[in-house]
Design a protein around this ligand. Structure first.
Ligand code: 5GP
Ligand code: ZN
Length: 113
């Protein structure tokens, strides 16, 4: 998708604060973070939503989510985390390219999630 912002970021055409990259995904910090360290797992291939993502890629994405939140717990450190994945405008999806939010939580952070 030539006009998709996450295609451009995931494939390195637009710079981002990347914390992890492999051949399938880029993980970068959210521009409007809900909390410190809020990151997005984004596949390099364009899929509009979860149902379009091949099973193998969806499984890899959630295995990667486990790894990154483990890292966040140690490195930030955070006290907990939310994993959020929105599908469709009605559900709050604003970027129509599948992504997983990793939102570190801190005791008493009062983040409105
Ligand atoms: P959604 O609402 O689709 O689940 O989440 C989209 C997320 O992408 C939002 O949290 C928003 O702050 C983030 N976002 C939108 N545009 C950009 C961008 O250009 N760069 C980065 N790093 N994050 C973005
Ligand atoms: Zn895209």
């Amino acid at each position: 998708m030539s006009d998709c912002i996450f295609c451009k970021i995931a494939n390195g055409e637009i710079p981002s604060a990347t914390i992890y990259e492999d051949e399938t995904f880029r993980v970068f910090l959210d521009l409007g973070p809900a909390t410190k360290g809020h990151a997005l797992i984004v596949p390099k291939q364009h899929y509009a939503n979860l149902c379009e993502v091949p099973d193998e890629t969806a499984a890899k994405a959630f295995i990667l989510a486990k790894k990154i939140v483990s890292y966040m717990k140690e490195a930030l450190p955070c006290d907990g985390y939310n994993i959020v994945q929105n599908n469709g405008e009605a559900a709050g999806q604003t970027v129509p390219h599948f992504h997983i939010h990793l939102i570190p939580r801190y005791r008493d952070d009062h983040a409105g999630i």
